[in-house]
Write a protein that binds this ligand. Structure first.
Ligand code: NAP
Length: 297
């Protein structure tokens, strides 16, 4: 790997913009078949951060020419009523993706909710079936945040084959699927977590580091191999309340080859990949209808 004096910034906003333009084009191509990709977004309760997230997801859909149905429910919604609503959306041919915004109120079991979403509409990629598809290499939906990280890495032009990638964090939604996607691209993968004995020992050997911890300054300059690709998934606040990642950006930038900033790195890619999955779902369903014995109805 070459070693520039200062890492090249991987601009998640610019990449996201390019990918969304491609998504809008493919969406327009489907419209000529009278199909509009549809995403149902369900929000239960009035968590302020969740309200912002769902607003951005719905806006992203509309900007790409997709349909987005936002369903808001009081925090006292019964679990059975939510599951019934998901079952109805599973059968709705206008809906190609279903997303239930987390966290849910305490009386609702998130696992039960996720498992109720039809696999063919699980555009968040959180169900056990989607996780199994990723594990076994079957076609399915990749969880949006690690999927976005893969696009950011690909945008550097550095091939992952034979590279050593270290993922810090092993959550079901980020760390573990991230490790599997890196493995799929033939990287040699190490997963680190809170019980890892010597994090620096591992990260110093990494050609690619993905930090997904949720604690600022987890990755400092002395922990990074010169020229490495550093992807910062973390979303934290400085003492002054400014958004920051898990990586000591200013110092690591002087050592790494490529680095994502926070904000403007992984964050914008997450919704973009949700749109990509929703479009993919609509395209798959359209192909299935075309292949059906009597053609599309
Ligand atoms: P999570 O479920 O809390 O997982 C954090 C992981 O970090 C755990 O696996 C934990 O290990 C590990 N960890 C904690 N302390 C550590 C340490 N000192 N050294 C090494 N590993 C350590 O969090 P998450 O949902 O994966 O999210 C991680 C971060 O990414 C958060 O800041 C979150 O806000 C952010 N995020 C951003 C986006 C985006 O779109 N930008 C999307 C999703 C998440 P154990 O398993 O041993 O506890």
């Amino acid at each position: 790997m070459t070693q520039p004096a200062v890492a090249q910034i991987i601009d998640g906003n610019a990449l996201s913009h390019r990918l969304r333009a491609e998504i809008a084009q493919r969406t327009a191509a489907l419209a000529s078949r009278a199909v509009r990709p549809g995403l149902a977004v369900i929000l239960v309760g009035d968590d302020p951060a969740s309200q912002v997230y769902v607003r951005n997801k719905v806006k992203g859909c509309h900007d790409a020419g997709m349909v987005s149905v936002l369903e808001k429910y009081d925090s006292n919604l019964a679990q059975a009523a939510l599951l019934d609503r998901i079952e109805a959306l599973n059968c709705d041919p206008r809906i190609h993706g279903i997303l239930v915004q987390m966290p849910l109120p305490k009386h609702i079991d998130p696992h039960k909710v996720i498992e109720t979403i039809a696999a063919s509409k699980d555009v968040d990629g959180y169900s056990t079936l989607s996780a199994g598809e990723l594990l076994t290499g079957a076609p399915g939906f990749n969880p949006c945040t690690p999927y976005g990280c893969m696009k950011l890495i690909a945008s550097t032009g550095v091939a992952l084959r034979g590279k050593h990638a270290v993922v810090i964090g092993r959550s079901n939604t980020v760390g573990k699927p991230m490790a599997l996607m890196l493995l799929r691209e033939n990287a040699t993968v190490t997963i680190c977590h809170s019980a890892t004995a010597n994090l620096k020992f591992h990260t110093l050997q990494a050609d690619v580091v993905v930090a997904a911890v949720g604690r600022r300054n987890t990755l400092t300059a002395d922990m990074v191999k010169p020229g490495a690709i550093v992807i910062d998934v973390g979303m934290n606040r400085t003492d002054a309340g400014k958004l920051c990642g898990d990586v000591d950006f200013a110092a690591v930038q002087a050592v790494a080859g490529f680095i994502t900033p926070v904000p403007g790195g992984v964050g914008p890619m997450t919704i973009t990949m949700l749109l990509a999955n929703t479009l993919e779902s609509a395209e798959r369903m359209t192909r299935q209808l075309d292949a059906a014995p009597h053609g599309p109805t």
